[in-house]
Structures are given as structure tokens and as C-alpha cells.
Design a protein around this ligand. Structure first.
Ligand code: CA
Length: 418
């Protein structure tokens, strides 16, 4: 099932050991090697970095020294050129990184290029082209339906036939750490009056995002089997949501201003190749999807990712990505099934990752049941929705090779007053 083929495939004896001293079992050990963009005091211009434990390898400088044939991919201050380069380049560069970091002969060149992560500022890693948010977690859809429309069917008629989604706002996707100002907008009160003002139902949504590298041709659908040819990697997403604005505006055309004020992503993009050991079979589908979405017998693309959500550093939920009904290859196949083309930097998010148990729910409206049972935090305070000053952090882990655990980094953001 591995996609670590050819030159990047580690031999049976490859342990992930490194002369840098980073343990193989570190979340950002040599099994992970995520890409990001950073600035620091010495380099005000953005540079490409690879996380190695608690350090960042300056890949803009390292590639110029050790991989000149690929150095142009790392000189533009964003991951855009790397994303566009395609799977053969992704694989060759990952193999080179593993060689450099495990073979001590490269230590003299690379040691000066390892920057402590505490000394950098992470930047938005790539230019977000189109942003689409799916709605692929059955338990999230069910919970929200029970909250908003008790007694009515939970799943819309189309939900088990296609991965539902809406088109979001690419220009307001921000990197982790960017403060989020409480949005203002229209809402309808229980007595029917309509007012404009700061949202009183600000929420987060814990999601996993997929980053498109190779573009596709207008008019040609990308089949399930084309997923790894086009998608570079994975990041974490917080789809901030103002429920009062969202629910008033959404009928009949779906989310708009209740979501478009900000979407936060993690600064590190983990390549798909790092997730080989996390791949599992997705849940059974009933009814069987139409042929272009039918992954029966195909390479499985369920992912055994566990998210952790913290509010003001207190753990409030551990949503399980492995239960998602639709996989990312199905989402991509559906997204392009009408011939719509992909661009480098397209971002599509999974939809809120949630579960049946209270400790698995991926947003506050579920955790507080729309305020009916406010969430009690470890410090004794309660929340129905986010308060000014609250900080939300989403982290995630996944199984790596040989019993290791990979980290997917963190996306966090703090609420500022309106
Ligand atoms: Ca969402």
C-alpha cells in the first residue's frame, strides 16, 4: 500500500535515526518531514523549511548547496513551485531529505542551516487558490440535524450519494496564530426581529485539509486513482463559524458570511507519503456509490488520524478522522466530476470531524448542544460558544512506520473582540 516507492523508499533497515539527534519517534521525526515557510531575524524574506524535531532545516539554503537541480523550487518564498512540480519531484526531494538527515557526511553542511523553531515566525505556506469545504462526517451531520431539526431525517437525501460541499473564501485563509476578529452580521432573533451586530454564537470546526499540487485539465475529471498524482499533502484546518449569521443566511444557498471571515490552517503541510502507515479502509457505504465514487477494491484512503482540540489549553475533544464517510480521493473525484479543473494551491477540507460520544465532537455547537448543555471546562468555566480572548488549538497525530507516531502540527487562533 506504500507510496514510498523508487528512490524514496527506505530499506528494511531504515530506522529514521538521524545525526541531528531527533528521535525517530518524535512527532516531527524523519518519518514526517513536513514543509512550511518561515521568516526569522536573519531572513526577513520568507524561506522554505522542513521541520526536523524542534528545529527547522532551511531548505532554501540547503537545496542550493546539495540539490541545485531542484533549488529553484525553494527560492520563491512559498511552497507553490514545489506543489506544482509533481509527484516525481516530491518523491525525489523527500528521498534526498532522508539521505541528508540520516547520513552524517551531510552534517557539516546542514548543521548551520538548522534553525530553532522557537526563533522563527511561520507564514502562510502556499498561495491558496480555490477553497472548498466538504461535509463528510456522518456523525457531525447527524448531531447538527438533531440540534436544529429534531424529529426530522438527519441526512439530506443526497448525502450518501455524493460528498456534499460548499465553495469557501480562499482570500481569508490565514496561517495558524493569526488572531480572529469576532465577525458582525445579520441574525434573526427568536421573536422574528432581524438585527446587525457582533456574532453571539462564534464556533470552531476541527477539520483536515488536503492541498492540491499538480493542476488538472479543464473538462477532464480526476478519477479516484488520480488522487496521489494531484494532491501533495495534508494540513489541519479550523473552519471558524458564526452560527447565528450562518443559520440565518444559509437558506437556500448555503454558508457564506458566517464562514468567510477567516479560516485558519496549520503552517506545516505533511506530504501524503508520510501517511502510508495511517491508511485504513473507510467505513462501508450504503448505498454503493456510483462508479466514479466507488472505491470498492481500490487502495484504501481512510486515514487513521486522531485530532485533539484544546480551548485555552484545556483538552475538550478528540475527534477521530478514521470514521469519515467520504475519503479525500472521493471528494476530489466529485469536485472534478463535472470537468472543473484543479489549480496548484487548491485547498479542500474534510468537514467537521466528529463522533457520537461527547468527547469526540468537533465543534462547540455539538459540544454544548447549541447551548442546551454548556461545555464545562477544567477551570470551572462554561462555554456555549467562544468568548473574546478564547484560544482554540487543534493538533493531530497518526500512526507512522514501525510503531512510530507522526504529528500533523497545530492550528491555533485567538478570538479578538468585534
Ligand atoms: Ca466546515
Amino acid at each position: 500500500m506504500t507510496s514510498e516507492t523508487g528512490p524514496s523508499r527506505p530499506g528494511a533497515s531504515w530506522t529514521g535515526a538521524s545525526w541531528t539527534g531527533v528521535p525517530a519517534e518524535h512527532p516531527f521525526g524523519l518519518h514526517t518531514l513536513p514543509y512550511g515557510v518561515f521568516t526569522d531575524a536573519a531572513h526577513p524574506q520568507p524561506r522554505i523549511g522542513v521541520a526536523v524535531g524542534e528545529a527547522i532545516l532551511d531548505l532554501t539554503a540547503a537545496s542550493a548547496a546539495l540539490l541545485p537541480e531542484h533549488a529553484s523550487l525553494f527560492s520563491g518564498g512559498s511552497l507553490d513551485a514545489l506543489l506544482a512540480a509533481g509527484p516525481a519531484s516530491w518523491s525525489a526531494i523527500r528521498a534526498a531529505l532522508r539521505r541528508w538527515l540520516s547520513d552524517e557526511r551531510h552534517a557539516a553542511v546542514l548543521t548551520p542551516l538548522l534553525v530553532p523553531a522557537t526563533e522563527v515566525k511561520m507564514q502562510l505556506p502556499f498561495t491558496v487558490a480555490d477553497y472548498v469545504d466538504f461535509y463528510s462526517c456522518e456523525q457531525h451531520v447527524t448531531n447538527v440535524a438533531q440540534i436544529l431539526r429534531p424529529g426530522q431525517p438527519a441526512l439530506p437525501a443526497n448525502w450518501r450519494h455524493l460528498p456534499a460541499s460548499y465553495h469557501g473564501r480562499a482570500g481569508t485563509v490565514v496561517v495558524s496564530g493569526t488572531p480572529v476578529r469576532r465577525p458582525s452580521g445579520q441574525r434573526r432573533h427568536p421573536d422574528g426581529t432581524v438585527t446587525f451586530g457582533p456574532s453571539t454564537a462564534l464556533d470552531f470546526e476541527a477539520e483536515v485539509g488536503f492541498v492540491v499540487g499538480t493542476p488538472s485539465t479543464l473538462g477532464r475529471a480526476v478519477p479516484l486513482s488520480g488522487f496521489a498524482e494531484h494532491v501533495f499533502g495534508v494540513c489541519l484546518v479550523n473552519d471558524w463559524s458564526a452560527r447565528d449569521i450562518q443559520f440565518w443566511e444559509s437558506v437556500p444557498l448555503g454558508p457564506m458570511l458566517g464562514k468567510s471571515f477567516a479560516t485558519s490552517i496549520s503552517p506545516w503541510v505533511v506530504p501524503l507519503a508520510a501517511l502510508d502507515a495511517a491508511r485504513i479502509h473507510p467505513p462501508a457505504r450504503d448505498p454503493r456509490p456510483l462508479p466514479y465514487l466507488d472505491d470498492t477494491g481500490a487502495e484504501p484512503w481512510g486515514l487513521d488520524i486522531t485530532l485533539q482540540v484544546r480551548l485555552n489549553e484545556m483538552l475538550i475533544s478528540r475527534p477521530l478522522f478514521r470514521r469519515m464517510y467520504w475519503t479525500a480521493p472521493q471528494q476530489l473525484a466529485h469536485l472534478t466530476s463535472n470537468g472543473a479543473s484543479l489549480r496548484t494551491g487548491d485547498l479542500f477540507a474534510s468537514g467537521t470531524v466528529s463522533g457520537a460520544a461527547p468527547g469526540e465532537r468537533g465543534c462547540l455547537i455539538e459540544l454544548s448542544w447549541n447551548g442546551a448543555t454548556p461545555l464545562r471546562l477544567a477551570d470551572g468555566s462554561t462555554r456555549s460558544f467562544l468568548a473574546d480572548g478564547d484560544e482554540v488549538s487543534i493538533t493531530a497525530t497518526a500512526p507512522g512506520p514501525a510503531g512510530s507516531t507522526l504529528g500533523l502540527g497545530e492550528v491555533h487562533g485567538r478570538i479578538r473582540p468585534a
